[in-house]
Design a protein around this ligand. Structure first.
Ligand code: HEM
Length: 442
């Protein structure tokens, strides 16, 4: 595979290992009121966080990750000269980047859930497991680390769980497409996609631009870290269902319309491989459900519209302005909230959606670029109007084009189906860096 050896024993497990499935997960946000307590917390947590080198076995499919916001690094007492070496987007924080990200109107930071986006959020502790029992014991270990520590306040908690068939709230199978990382030993979900240079996702290694980019300093702090983006995305399931119904003449047409918006049938089967009918067996088969490209078989998008969610988020080899390979991301999303019972078309007022998680080494050219240029604009593929039909920041006037012969179909009036409830830009340090933070002398 080439490239320098990845220091797996220093990289947090959640960076490289796909999240287990089925899964349960918990996110806890903490504030550091006293630097000395924050440093003690880092020391304690460094003994709990598992590395990407740990073998995979039952009971080991459980891990705890720790990430810090810029304000969190400050609260720990990280010197200003070091703080200045972090990416500018991270230093600003997600709330300050709202306009760029399309977080306006209902999604704007003044409407976010407290304390998301506030300077109080310092530490994000995440635990993921295949089983509730293992999750609980992992969380108990993490809680022990902060509960009896004066100077640390737990502020917020979000529980997540897999839905039947690993489907997100709109009903589509999620967690299918992942880039492979050189040296991680984890194969690509798409046999047509070469593994990526590790520096795309882990700091301190060569990346796809041909060099090794500067990392946060000192080296011990930056090396083997990654940036993480957490976003709590509320999904308006009833509105999405109503839109499908109002724009279709039959239940079959509704399913096809949903598939055109996503680029996959709800089973996960890609339109690229089965454009006319769903194929649930294909959707559930990880050896086949991501084995496709666009350019040769479907340059126009007659099967998978260029504006569909998966083709925007990963245009693969399709003709676009720019190079898709430098905008890839690792996703670790988990669903929250109860199901909206099948067939219900009225909103029940219950919060449900996705805790979206991005992992990568470049907030600017990966997450922010994809969110701004590919999610909320369409000029990169030559589109004239419209944003992502699933997760775009629609204003009620948005359109979505479905290429068709002899005439394309243009859908109008897309309402916002996804509302941002808040989020944070974080730094996920390597294990040595966590210990270094614990031992910081200020
Ligand atoms: C609530 C909002 C969202 C929903 C319901 C959603 C749902 C999905 C689903 C069902 C898939 C297909 C399955 C898979 O490949 O894993 C997918 C793929 C993907 N999504 Fe989203 N997503 C959402 C938001 C986002 C956001 C905010 C981003 C990034 C800014 C994003 C980036 C991606 C990427 C990169 C893929 C993989 C595309 C591929 O490789 O084919 N998604 N999403």
């Amino acid at each position: 595979m080439g490239g320098p050896m990845l220091e797996l024993d220093d990289i947090q497990s959640g960076v490289l290992r796909p999240r287990p499935t089925p899964y349960v997960a918990t996110y806890v946000l903490c504030r550091i009121d006293e630097g000395i307590a924050g440093r003690e917390l880092m020391r304690r947590l460094s003994g709990i966080v598992s590395s990407a080198a740990q073998p995979k076995s039952s009971g080991r499919d459980t891990w705890v990750s720790v990430a810090l916001t810029f304000q969190g690094l400050k609260a720990l007492g990280v010197p200003q000269t070091s703080l200045n070496t972090f990416s500018p987007q991270f230093q600003e924080g997600m709330a300050a980047r709202a306009k760029k990200l399309g977080d306006t109107g209902e999604s704007s930071p003044e409407n976010w859930e407290t304390p998301l986006g506030s300077p109080d959020v310092h530490v994000v502790v995440t635990a993921v497991s295949t089983e509730t029992e293992h999750l609980e014991s992992a969380m108990e270990r993490a809680r022990k680390a902060y509960r009896e520590l004066p100077g640390i306040t737990a502020l917020w908690r979000q529980d997540c769980h897999v839905r039947p068939g690993e489907r997100e709230a709109f009903g589509f199978r999620d967690g299918i497409g992942h880039p492979a990382v050189e040296g991680s030993g984890i194969p690509s979900s798409n046999p047509n996609e070469r593994p990526f240079k590790a520096g795309e996702f882990v700091l301190g290694y060569p990346d796809e631009m041909g060099g090794t980019p500067a990392i946060p300093q000192p080296e011990v702090l930056g090396r083997n870290g990654s940036y993480v983006v957490f976003r709590k995305l509320h999904q308006r399931v009833a509105a999405f269902r109503r839109y499908l119904k109002q724009n279709s003449t039959s239940p079959q047409a509704e399913e096809l319309l949903a598939a055109k918006m996503m680029g996959r049938w709800r089973s996960g089967a890609p339109l690229a491989l089965c454009p006319m009918h769903d194929n649930p067996e294909l959707g559930a088969d990880p050896n086949r459900n991501n084995d496709f490209l666009f350019k040769q078989d479907d340059p126009i998008g007659y099967h998978t519209p260029a504006g569909s969610h998966i083709r925007r988020m990963n245009p693969r080899d399709a003709d676009i302005a720019g190079v898709a390979r430098i905008h890839r991301m690792i996703r670790r999303g988990t669903s929250y909230g109860p199901e909206l019972p099948e067939g219900v078309l009225e909103d029940d007022g219950v919060d449900r959606g996705l805790m979206f998680a991005f992992i990568g080494a470049h907030l600017g050219r990966q997450f922010e670029f994809v969110q701004a240029e590919w999610m909320n604009d369409s000029s990169f593929f030559g589109g004239t109007a419209g944003d992502d039909p699933i997760a775009g920041a629609h204003d009620g006037e948005s359109t979505f084009d479905i290429p068709n012969r002899p005439l394309r179909r243009r859908l109008r009036g897309l309402a916002p189906f996804v509302v941002t409830r808040g989020g944070e830009y974080c730094f996920l340090p390597g294990l040595r860096a966590l210990r270094w933070l614990g031992d910081l002398k200020t």
